[in-house]
Ligand binder design. Structure first.
Ligand SMILES: Nc1nc2c(ncn2[C@@H]2O[C@H](COP(=O)(O)OP(=O)(O)O)[C@@H](O)[C@H]2O)c(=O)[nH]1
Ligand SMILES: [Mg+2]
Length: 424
């Protein structure tokens, strides 16, 4: 028996989702109406959660074969006869083409994107914390009001109530490592539009919405028909460039059916070339090693007709001028309109260093940002700080070593909730 929950705006939509995924034999076991609580009442609609079940034999249609083997490639210990956990079939699956690579035609190989489930769990936790913050703010405001002198003018009182609430929100942002400068900037911008008698709900949701606007829409890698895009990944050694390339390649290939090739210029360590080659082999995509920028001509010729060429680079020192020139030449070997650059930054790096790296790469090229290792850092204030400092588009975040699961497009709502909702 497979039991799964589906959420949608209406009961019918949720049942349709269940039938689409679990097949026509799915049985609805429970229907729950979910009303958003606390601050979420303001900007979230009520939804319906349907719990549906189906017998295992009926669960997935042909072609929805799965691939879990890829998860082991971080260890470089891939084997086509890896043991299989049948319970993984409970999860959502990705359709995989049975071509190019023997792994893809192995019916025993399972892919298990648990992302959604994990995200839901962590979102509930964040929502709880955000509600806690709201209650805390309200409680503190109440105490303040009670201790205010009765003789004071009403107008003065409401003004100081807003100020006190804003101060607490600002403290929360700073506690989550938002730079004081940007916290102050954010507050200044929202203060102007607030009524003197704004509720705590109202102030909190205004800040929340402002943060979302500041973070902006994600800028992911898009496949454009009839065009080969050359995507460079730059950044310091160990931040997760190669792993991120593997995650993106898997996602573009499996979900978007894109024709992918890989290139590495990280020839300083044999292990680095081998790491990329392993991922490329598993995904069944070609890989080419380049030693100088002149070889990018061969890359262009060889990969004509491909959708996306993902280019791994060596993590060079951003202090070293000669190395900066190397990377600049490599990038400029591809015309501007055919290339994109993604600067990979780790959430575990100190803000001062992140800022310096971001500024150095600004001198080399235009870029988009990827933040890795969110799982290793409690505070994501740095992500917000770097966005505010550079103004460049944010694209992806990664939160673990698992290929291909632990990556997603920047989720502004989630980040705003984390910035406001505490860091436990
Ligand atoms: N915890 C965690 N580890 C990661 C993440 N991304 C990559 N790593 C690990 O960081 C290490 C360096 O990654 P790698 O891709 O080789 O970095 P590169 O030198 O920039 O290419 C490896 O052990 C990866 O598994 C992430 O999002 N979270
Ligand atoms: Mg690497």
């Amino acid at each position: 028996m497979i039991i799964k929950k589906f959420q949608a705006a209406t009961e019918n939509e949720a049942i349709m989702l269940a039938k689409n995924e679990l097949g026509k034999d799915a049985i609805v076991m429970n229907i729950k109406y979910i009303k958003p609580k606390g601050i979420y009442k303001l900007f979230k609609k009520a939804s319906v959660e349907v719990t549906a079940a189906v017998d295992e034999e009926n669960s997935y249609t042909d072609g929805k074969k799965m691939l879990s083997e890829i998860k082991k490639i971080n260890d470089n210990s891939v084997s086509t006869s890896a043991p299989v956990n049948p319970s993984l079939a409970k999860k959502e699956v990705l359709a995989v083409k049975k071509e190019e690579n023997p792994l893809f035609s192995n019916p025993n190989i399972i892919i298990e994107p648990e992302e959604e489930e994990k995200k839901n769990e962590s979102e509930t936790a964040i929502e709880q914390r955000l509600n806690e913050l709201q209650y805390l703010l309200e409680a503190q405001m109440k105490v303040k009001k009670e201790t205010d002198s009765l003789e004071r003018e009403q107008e003065e009182k409401t003004e100081s109530k807003n100020e006190a609430c804003i101060k607490l929100i600002s403290e929360k942002l700073i506690q989550n490592e938002v730079d004081e400068l940007y916290a102050a900037q954010l507050i200044k911008e929202i203060e102007k539009g607030l009524n003197a008698d704004a509720s705590v709900d109202n102030i909190l949701s205004t800040v929340y919405q402002k943060i979302i606007l500041k973070i902006g829409q994600p800028k992911p890698i898009e496949v454009e028909e009839g065009k080969t895009k050359f995507i460079y990944f730059v950044g310091s050694t160990g931040v997760g460039k190669t792993t991120t390339i593997a995650k993106i390649a898997a996602s573009l290939k499996l979900k978007r059916k894109a024709k992918i090739a890989m290139v590495t210029s990280d020839t300083y360590r044999i292990a680095a070339v081998e790491q990329l080659r392993t991922y490329a082999n598993i995904l069944g995509v070609p890989v080419k090693v380049v030693y100088t920028e002149t070889e990018m001509e061969d890359v262009k010729r060889e990969f004509t007709g491909y959708d996306i060429v993902l280019i791994d680079t060596a993590g060079r020192s951003h202090h070293n001028e000669a190395q900066k020139e190397d990377i600049k030449r490599l990038i400029e070997a591809i015309p501007k309109e055919e290339r994109e650059v993604y600067l990979v930054l780790s959430a575990t790096t100190k803000y001062k260093d992140l800022l310096e790296i971001a500024k150095t790469y600004e001198e080399i090229t235009d870029y988009n940002l990827i933040f890795t290792k969110l799982d290793e850092s409690d505070c994501i204030g740095n992500l917000f700080n770097i966005k505010m400092a550079t103004g460049v588009p944010l694209s992806y975040t990664t939160w673990g070593q698992n290929v291909p699961d632990d990556i997603g497009q920047i989720d502004a709502q989630n980040i705003a909730k984390k910035l406001l909702g505490g860091n436990r």
